[in-house]
Every structure is written in structure tokens, then in C-alpha cells.
Design a protein around this ligand. Structure first.
Ligand code: GLN
Length: 504
């Protein structure tokens, strides 16, 4: 089911038609706004014009915030006209994943149980975007509670990949990747618990960053797996990523006890560091499972290009990689079963009108409110945590998690970064794996190591196979996002794949 877009969005505004949002990025839009090449109202109107025209096919948005966006744009234009000081993201349209709370704006987590939930507070990432002058365009689709890898677990229907509408834009932050690739915004926020930013970025020709765990506050993001959840950032250039990370990173001592006290790097200044002598580890286990030879060739070619830029490629081994997915799918459901306990039909969210007594308030509200994947994870997690199974599953998984994390960190003492494919193949067809949860879980095969280790990882657009984007994943040491961005930037200077826009 699609939530229909507001009928006010019909009509044609000829003036803004000429503004090609797909050709813009944050940096170029900021320059043009400042030089008054177009107004912020023109920009925002062009965004909604495009959404009206194409989101019927893409289905990226669950909620639009046009009225406030246009009002904000007018204020930006006023400031520009009067020569007032502009903030770092003044007037930049951003889409926000619907698991991230926005004060006064419906936040559904793509679930029926939160269909009418309107938060009273902004997530820290949203507050920071607003404080920097960004304009929130709307809330974007995802898998329900971010459980999934294709957006097909959304209670509101899947999103479509702008490069091929019969395919998935990835997941769980597939509305974020689809919206940015389709030219509905200039950046998007997602989350990455076990790949949900990197994989959709890879499938949609975008940069997608999973920061170090704790680098960006999780406050106000509906929890999935609290021990691996991170906010995620989608951009069209490495420079835009550096800028957004600078704005969003930092300790949130008031609201997120797991946020790190480390100083925020000047990512934009460090982005042009040379790759001369940089040691790039290639973990062989990540290359053995690429089922799609043409994708492997794209990734190999990107790595060869990094070598030409002065990097030294070192073969390495991470033998515990094969346990990443099984361990993740014990720890994640365990934490999910606990985190989803707060949706009880009493405090907030959907409450079944059919309930006749207290027990039914729980069972009917949850039974009718949660979709099949959320229920599956609650059951798996409850089982893994139950007495008698706790030691055999949960505790064992935690031990193996430590082994995976130690091994990755150990190898990252020997090399500066790791380079791997993002996915074993390009975007899958919608429906291809929707009925096979295990096959869908295996989509995370190259994603779980960074999640288990809490290290930063970045998807970099690396080329195309049969018109479908292929991503290169870079993983780095804790808090070493700057290095990942400098590698991405050096590569982008040679190959600007982002200019290959989807034809809608
Ligand atoms: N695909 C993974 C899952 O379904 C990752 C989800 C995420 O990162 N939010 O759990």
C-alpha cells in the first residue's frame, strides 16, 4: 500500500522545470545559491516538482513536508538578499529515513504500529541538520524498523531503484538511496545496523557512510540493534560526505551515553591527502563469495586504480568473516526482541480496537501492528535469549563477535584500510528474494564485519554492470573516517561515476 502524496502537489511550475537537480550536489548548490544563480524557492520547488513527477514510480517518500520546506526556502532567500551570514547547509534539501524522529512530522519506521506516530522531539542528527540550515524534504521509506535489505519489508510497499524500476534500491535505507539517486534531494540520512546504508548506496551509485559506532549520536533514532546501530549518510560526492560528517559527528553527552567523546576531525581539510604509500588490505574471504563475475571485475578495476594512485595492495585474510552473518542474525534478533517490547499498544503507537482485556491489548496490537519480519525477529530473539538457549546461542554469538572484531582490528594494525565489494552482485529484482528470509539475510555477507567491529565503512561508486551500479567498500580503523574519505576523493577525481544519472 502506498500512502498517497498530498493532492496539493499537482500542477506544473515551468520556471523550476529547467533546474536539473540530478546535476547538483551540496557543494555546487551552495555555490549557486550564494551567487544567486537560482533562488532557494526555485530549488525546493524543483525538488517537489520532480517528486510529483516521478515518485509515483520510485516510491521513496512516506511523508512530504512541502509547506515548511517552502517557508524555510523563502527565509533562506531573504537572508541571501540581505547578505546575512549563511549556515553550512543553508537551503540544502535533505530526505530523512522514517526511523529517525522528526518533531511534529509523522515517523512510522515503515510499520503499521507507528502509522500515526508524531514524535515530540527531533533526533540529534535532525536537530543538527536543521541547526546547519538544511531543509527536510520529507520522510523516506525503509524496511519495517530497518529490518531488511530491499525495502520489501516496509508496511507501505517497496521502493524502486531509479536505475531499473523493476529492481530494489537496496535496504533497509532504500527510500534514502532511491530519493537521492532520483534527484529528489541533495543528501539523505539513513541508518546502518548491519549494512543498511552501505548496501543501498552501492546499489544506487552513491556514497554511503557507516560511521564508527558512537561517532554520531543515535538519540531519536528508533532502536533496532542498539549495540550496532549507527546513523548513516548518503551523498553524491566524497566532499559532500566530509561536510555532512563534520556537521553530524560529535559526542551527545546529554542523550547518547554511547556517543564518543573524541574530537571531530576537519574532514573537508583532510580529504585531499595523497594515497602514496597507503596500505590497502584485500581480505580474500570477501572476494571468494562474489557470485557475479562482472561485479568482481568492476571492484578489481577500482582497486587497480587506487594502486595507480600510489596505494600498496596487500592480500590479507579474515577467516572469521564466514561467521559474520550467523552471529549478526543471533545478536540482532535478540536486541530487536527487547527493543520492540516498547510497542505494547498502551504507551504509544497502534492499539487494537478489538482488544477486550489487557492481554489482548498486547497480543492484538502487536499481532496486527507488526509485519512478518518484525515478528520473525522477535521470535528468533526471544528464543535465543531464553534460559537454556542463552548460553548456546546468544553468549556464543557474543564470543564469536569478539573474535570477528579482534581479527578485523588486528589486520587493520597491519594495513591502513580494507577494500572489498559492497555486495556479491548488483541490485536484485523486486520479488526475487522477498519470500526467502535466509537468502535475504545473506545479502549482508560483506556488511556484518564492520558492524560487529564498530569500525567505519564507506560505499564508493565504482562503476556499472549492464546499467546497474556497483560499489566498492572501504573499511577503516575506529574514528579514521578521514582516511576513507580521502581514498574516495582520490578515486572520484579519476572516475566520476556519479555523473551517470538514472533515466526516469
Ligand atoms: N540487512 C540487515 C538486516 O536486515 C541490515 C539492516 C540494517 O542495517 N538496518 O538486519
Amino acid at each position: 500500500m502506498c500512502i498517497p502524496l498530498d493532492s496539493r502537489f499537482r500542477g506544473n511550475d515551468k520556471k523550476t522545470m529547467s533546474l536539473n537537480i540530478q546535476q547538483l550536489n551540496i557543494k555546487s548548490a551552495l555555490q549557486s545559491l550564494r551567487k544567486q544563480e537560482f533562488s532557494c524557492v526555485d530549488l525546493i520547488k524543483a525538488v517537489y516538482q520532480r517528486i510529483r513527477e516521478y515518485d509515483g514510480q520510485v516510491h521513496a517518500f512516506l511523508t512530504l513536508t512541502e509547506e515548511t520546506a517552502v517557508a524555510q526556502a523563502k527565509e533562506v532567500d531573504r537572508k541571501i538578499k540581505h547578505g546575512e551570514t549563511l549556515r553550512a547547509l543553508e537551503g540544502i534539501p535533505v530526505a530523512v529515513k522514517d526511523v529517525i524522529c522528526t518533531a511534529g512530522v509523522r515517523t512510522t519506521a515503515a510499520s503499521k504500529i507507528l502509522e500515526n506516530y508524531i514524535p515530540t522531539h527531533d533526533a540529534t542528527v535532525v536537530a543538527k541538520l536543521k541547526a546547519a540550515g538544511a531543509i527536510i524534504v520529507g520522510k523516506v521509506n525503509c524496511d519495517e524498523f530497518a529490518h531488511g535489505a530491499s525495502t520489501e519489508n516496509s508496511a507501505y510497499g517497496p521502493s524502486h531503484n531509479p536505475y531499473d524500476l523493476t529492481r530494489s534500491p537496496g535496504g533497509s535505507s532504500g527510500g534514502s538511496s532511491a530519493a537521492l539517486a532520483a534527484g529528489f534531494c541533495l543528501a539523505a540520512l539513513g541508518t546502518d545496523t548491519g549494512g543498511s546504508t552501505r548496501q543501498p548506496a552501492g546499489w544506487c551509485n552513491l556514497y554511503g557512510l557507516r560511521p564508527t559506532y558512537g561517532r554520531i549520536s543515535r538519540h531519536g533514532i528508533i532502536s533496532m540493534t542498539s549495540s550496532t546501530d549507527t546513523p548513516g549518510i548518503f551523498t553524491k560526492t566524497a566532499e559532500d560526505m566530509a561536510l555532512l560528517l563534520e556537521i553530524l559527528a560529535g559526542q551527545d553527552s546529554k542523550h547518547d551515553a554511547t556517543s564518543l567523546p573524541a574530537k571531530v576531525d576537519d574532514y573537508s581539510a583532510k580529504i585531499n591527502t595523497s594515497l602514496q604509500g597507503l596500505k590497502i588490505g584485500l581480505p580474500k574471504e570477501f572476494f571468494e563469495d562474489v557470485s557475479h563475475p562482472a561485479s568482481r571485475e568492476v571492484v578489481d578495476a577500482a582497486i587497480a586504480d587506487l594502486e595507480k594512485l600510489g596505494a600498496i595492495v596487500v592480500p590479507v585474510s579474515l577467516p572469521h568473516t564466514k561467521y559474520g552473518v550467523p552471529v549478526y542474525y543471533i545478536i540482532t534478533p535478540a536486541e530487536v526482541s527487547s527493543n520492540l517490547g516498547r510497542f505494547d499498544g498502551i504507551r504509544y503507537g497502534f492499539s487494537s480496537p478489538e482488544a477486550m482485556n489487557l492481554l489482548e491489548v498486547y497480543t492484538k496490537s502487536r499481532g496486527q501492528g507488526f509485519g512478518p519480519e518484525a515478528k520473525r525477529r522477535i521470535m528468533l530473539g526471544t528464543y535465543a535469549l531464553s534460559s537454556g538457549y542463552y548460553d548456546a546461542y546468544y553468549k556464543k554469538a557474543q564470543k564469536v563477535r569478539t573474535l570477528i572484531a579482534d581479527e578485523v582490528k588486528q589486520v587493520l594494525n597491519e594495513v591502513d584500510i580494507l577494500a572489498t565489494p559492497v555486495s556479491p552482485h548488483p541490485a536484485i529484482k523486486l520479488g526475487e528474494k522477498a519470500d526467502d528470509p535466509l537468502a535475504m539475510y545473506l545479502e549482508d555477507i560483506f556488511m556484518s564485519s564492520a558492524a560487529m567491529a564498530g569500525i567505519p565503512a564507506l560505499s564508493v561508486p565504482a562503476g556499472f554492470v549492464d546499467g546497474l551500479p556497483v560499489g566498492l567498500q572501504l573499511m577503516g580503523r575506529q574514528l579514521d573516517e578521514a582516511r576513507l574519505l580521502s581514498v574516495a576523493q582520490a578515486y572520484e577525481k579519476e572516475h566520476n561515476w556519479i555523473n551517470k544519472y538514472p533515466q526516469l
